[in-house]
Design a protein around this ligand. Structure first.
Ligand code: CMP
Length: 142
């Protein structure tokens, strides 16, 4: 059944010229790009997106990083899209992520970890509504 998920190709990936390479992984998995935008976000959107992390010790650094330059926000759709993207992304910490995953192949950090993928269908609905309000009523975005 079609499901949607929010992906961020973070500022480190944009700065390193990895956008095309990363998008290719998702497209070759047969995930469909439903929305895609290059944007530089402000602290308010960071705080809303990372609401569950606001009190964490690492959050101020994470906010500085995620607002530091352009990122690519996109919505992907496909069967089990949330799980599929998380598998392609690999473990949060690039130092521990398995080879063959985006983070496992190209990241060596807990914070500069190239990509974000929604962690559940519920998170996906919330995040899609936040980043792409015009899509909020689509599959997985209800
Ligand atoms: P992401 O999938 O965007 O969700 C939360 C983000 O917080 C995560 O990727 C990392 O970029 C960041 N993060 C998680 N844990 C840590 C940590 N221990 N130190 C720094 N950043 C972290």
């Amino acid at each position: 059944e079609a499901q949607r998920t929010l992906v961020l190709i973070k500022p480190d990936a944009v700065a390193r010229g990895l956008v095309g390479t990363i998008l290719e992984r998702y497209e070759r998995k047969s995930l469909r790009i439903v929305a895609l935008e290059l944007r530089t976000i402000d602290a308010a959107l960071s705080d809303a997106h990372y609401a569950e992390h606001l009190e964490r010790a690492f959050y101020p650094d994470l906010r500085d990083f995620i607002t530091s330059g352009p990122l690519v926000a996109l919505v992907l759709e496909g069967d089990q899209a949330v799980e599929a993207v998380r598998g392609l992304n690999g473990a949060t910490d690039g130092r521990k992520a398995a080879p063959g995953t985006i983070r496992g192949d190209w990241a060596l950090s807990n914070q500069l970890n190239l990509v974000h993928g929604s962690d559940s269908p519920e998170s996906a609905a919330r995040e899609i509504a936040l980043w792409f309000p015009s899509l909020a009523s689509g599959p997985g975005g209800q």
